[in-house]
Design a protein around this ligand. Structure first.
Ligand code: AMP
Ligand code: TRP
Length: 330
């Protein structure tokens, strides 16, 4: 008898173009492990409205993100792909979990501190509560693994804590999910400031490589990227800029660290930047081609997302009725 596949759940916000950090920290791993697991991938549009969004644009970005995920290799025959707001149980469970998460623990979330600095004019309760909705996303589906970048580790800890608290108080209804964080690529850094992670909300466009950047943009951004004055190319974590470029190169070229260090022995930073840019351009070309084709097929995208939501809803509504009963809600 084949063992039952473990279930993976992950989410991504439709708040702008996907960048190299999203791709290497999360999406690439979602695509690669599709065979191994039973997969559920969610476009988390309800999380997106914790920061100000233009309604028309949000809908468009939601569909664009679906097209991009499919272009990257998410296969709807192997994975459920759906939009969070299509399954009401996410918001309902988030409310229940809100009533179990201590204020003190929620107040320690570093992403909230980060985001409230960036959105000082709009620090709303939803932004504070964001991790409760994320915990609901995960716990609704009996998730085993959550493949994400390093920045989400703390949210997954909170998810496990609230699940355990609930299980202890009632009965074991929640599985305790584990974060799947890649050994390399879990934290791709900004090209202009390698002390900071590459982030969609970065105001400097040359800090981010978007999956839709043209070859010229990619070459220009890497050319401007910050390195150091040591003129030495090796996987040395102290050289943050160079390390970031080498990590990107390794993850996309699939070469070993040893081979890469040999390849760049006695090579200057200018040439390193060119070769990294070249690998990125070649890697993105087929993804971009697929994306522009899929983006035109709105009916197809709609059908995939509707089918995904129907499948997700079936699991979520069953699970939610069990959870409601535990608490005494009718
Ligand atoms: P978000 O864009 O915030 O919805 O993030 C989607 C996924 O990309 C999450 O799993 C993040 O952990 C991951 N991610 C975001 N930024 C980076 C980065 N700079 N390096 C690696 N992973 C990242
Ligand atoms: N918070 C995640 C991010 O910003 C996105 C997300 C929402 C998510 N719900 C999730 C990731 C559930 C994994 C599982 O990247």
């Amino acid at each position: 008898m084949p063992l039952e596949k473990k279930r993976v759940f992950s989410g991504i916000q439709p708040t702008g173009n996907i960048h190299l950090g999203n791709y290497l920290g999360a999406i690439k791993n979602w695509v690669q492990s599709q065979e191994q697991y039973e997969n559920i991938f969610c476009i988390v549009n309800a999380h997106a409205i914790t920061t100000k969004q233009d309604p028309h644009l949000l809908k468009q970005m939601t569909y664009n993100l679906a097209a991009m995920l499919l272009a990257c290799g998410i296969d709807p025959k192997k994975s459920i792909l759906f939009i969070q707001s299509e399954v009401n149980e996410h918001a309902c469970l988030a409310w229940i979990l809100d009533c179990f998460i201590p204020m003190g623990e929620m107040s320690r979330m570093t992403q909230f501190k980060d985001k409230s600095q960036k959105n000082a004019h709009n620090i709303n309760v939803g932004l504070f509560n964001y991790p409760a909705l994320m915990a609901a996303d995960i716990l609704l589906y009996d998730t085993d693994y959550v493949p994400v970048g390093e920045d989400q580790q703390q949210h997954i800890e909170l998810t496990r804590n609230v699940a355990l608290k609930f299980n202890t108080e009632y009965k074991t209804v929640f599985k305790l999910p584990e974060a799947l964080i890649p050994k390399q690529g879990a934290r791709i850094m900004s090209l202009s400031d390698p002390e900071k992670k590459m982030s969609k909300s970065d105001t400097k466009p040359h800090s981010i490589i978007s999956l839709l950047d043209s070859p010229d943009e990619i070459f220009a951004k890497f050319k401007r990227s910050t390195t150091d004055s040591l003129n030495s190319i090796s996987f040395n974590k102290e050289q943050k800029g160079v390390y970031n470029l080498l990590s990107i190169y390794q993850l996309l070229s699939q070469k070993t660290k040893e081979d890469i260090e040999k390849e760049f022995f006695n090579v200057g930073y200018g040439e390193l930047k060119k070769r990294v840019a070249q690998v990125v351009v070649e890697y993105f070309a087929p993804i971009q081609e697929n994306y522009y084709k899929l983006q035109k097929e709105q009916d197809y995208l709609h059908s995939i997302l509707t089918e995904g939501a129907n499948k997700a809803r079936e699991i979520a509504s069953h699970r939610y009725s069990i959870i409601k009963e535990c608490v005494g809600l009718l």
